[in-house]
Ligand binder design. Structure first.
Ligand code: HEC
Length: 437
């Protein structure tokens, strides 16, 4: 049945592999019954052509218009970021062995992540590949790797399913996509899974964020799990979180010279967390409408159209997306947050702006992340090209929220002034949402 998605969390198969010594990664999600739902029709994830910033980069390389420069110590990284227009101020450093290439990652050699709305890039010192995730309007997100080897025509290889082991599961809302995880991490970089782990987005309390990440910046009395090497023999209740708090820089922690920047900026991390799950909810809305339409098509001649099932799929995925993009359930900051790099100033300077000069990229950072709690991801191609049923649903429901006479609905975190401001900004800058208003 379409929509009956099953995340294949087959603990038994995993235990079997572990007992046979076939995996050294203790919490991989294994494809026990073969396929995720989106790998079959109607999404047919692996067999549909991709069209995104990475495929365009590859076409440029193939035609000779683009030349990626390979330069030590980072290989293709600098050139890739330049081509994808990703700022080095987005750098986030992860020291837990929680991803691919985990043997090369440790507290003295953290992995570096960079992102913008269209792409995410992962780089490891002396890594075999650069890892990429591209936002793709017809497929959601697509995964690539680029060999760190100087070649005349480098190839960005599309993943055949390997990345999905960790990047398509409950943590990514059952679609392929980015994820920010928080894990207690030992001094060797190994996650201590028995202490628990978290997925982070803007709703996560600070106390559960950034285990296994370096975090530079100040955040007053709020404590988090970042910057801490945990002793696995010590009960988690005895951890002194203040040791990892309010870190101004990374000096003395490890040699930052091979990296593009010496920051792992707290504000960049907060934006990445918001964005990663926003991307996954956009992908999910896309998939649910495609599934609903395919179901309807198969029974069109005999039944009502669109069917109740397809209406339900669209309404549920659309409502989840709408709630998230309006920052429902956001963790309320108890102290102001300040980063250490130029990330916040670069990010908040971005447009589009409305006639009063306001933009959804403006940051608040005293009580919440954004000045106007509405995701800037509405400007991405992936959002703007969402199929019509889900887009119409979101447009209609959003209009109700933004023009409500009182704030006593599910969106009580938005006062009437916030709603008015978001309405006016969207009216001036986002025709996909506001044309019919
Ligand atoms: C063993 C599990 C695992 C596998 C396999 C894996 N990743 Fe990841 N990946 C993660 C985790 C966990 C994160 C979050 C940051 C971290 O812990 O390093 C991540 C983060 C990323 C990021 C940064 C954006 C984000 O999601 O936070 C990129 C880019 C990325 N992975 C690409 C890939 C690609 C491409 C592949 C396949 C070649 C892949 N990954 C395979 C676990 C994995």
């Amino acid at each position: 049945m379409p929509g009956a998605m099953k995340t294949i969390t087959t603990t038994n198969a995993l235990l079997l592999l572990l007992s046979l010594g076939l995996t050294d990664w203790p919490y991989a999600i294994v494809h026990a019954q073969g396929l995720f739902d989106f790998e079959r029709e109607p999404i047919n994830y692996h067999n549909r052509p991709a069209n995104n910033v990475v495929t365009r980069l590859q076409s440029g390389i193939d035609s000779g218009k683009v030349e990626l420069v390979f330069k030590e110590p980072r290989g293709y990284l600098d050139s890739i970021l330049q081509y994808l227009k990703i700022s080095k101020s987005t750098q986030s450093l992860v020291f837990s062995k929680s991803s691919a290439q985990l043997r090369k990652i440790s507290p003295s050699r953290p992995r570096a992540l960079y992102f913008n709305e269209q792409a995410y890039v992962g780089w490891v010192q002396d890594g075999e590949v650069i890892e990429l995730i591209a936002s793709d309007p017809t497929l959601g997100t697509v995964f690539y790797s680029l060999k760190q080897k100087n070649e005349a025509k480098p190839r960005l290889l599309r993943d055949k399913g390997q990345c999905l082991q960790c990047h398509a599961q409950r943590r990514t809302r059952d679609v392929p996509g980015p994820v920010v995880r928080s894990l207690y991490t030992g001094s060797d970089g190994q996650p201590i899974l028995s202490f628990g782990d978290y997925v982070s987005d803007h709703t996560s309390p600070f106390s559960e964020r950034w285990g296994g990440y370096y975090v530079t910046g100040t955040h007053g009395k709020m404590l988090h799990m970042g910057n801490l090497l945990t002793d696995r023999n010590q009960p988690p209740s005895e951890i002194d979180y203040s040791q990892g708090a309010n870190l101004p820089d990374l000096s003395g922690r490890f040699d930052t010279r091979p990296y593009l920047s010496s920051h792992s900026d707290i504000v960049a991390l907060m934006v990445l967390e918001h964005q990663s799950q926003m991307q996954n909810l956009i992908t999910r809305a896309l998939y649910e409408e495609v599934r609903g339409r395919s179901y309807d098509k198969a029974r069109e001649s005999t039944q009502d159209f669109p069917s109740d099932l397809s209406k339900r799929l669209v309404a549920r995925a659309g409502n989840d997306l709408l709630q998230y993009m309006l920052c429902t359930g956001e963790f309320k900051l108890q102290s102001p947050v300040r980063g250490t790099s130029e990330f916040a100033s670069q990010f908040s300077a971005r447009g589009p702006r409305d006639r009063k000069g306001r933009s959804l990229y403006q940051l608040d950072l005293t009580t919440r992340l954004f000045k106007y709690p509405m995701s800037y991801m509405v400007y991405t191609e992936s959002f703007r090209r969402l199929p019509s049923r889900v887009m119409i649903h979101i447009r209609r429901e959003l209009h109700k929220v933004l023009t409500a006479g009182s704030a006593g609905d599910d969106y009580a975190h938005l006062n009437l002034k916030d709603r008015r401001a978001i309405f006016e900004i969207l009216k001036d800058t986002c025709p996909e949402l506001s044309d019919a208003w």
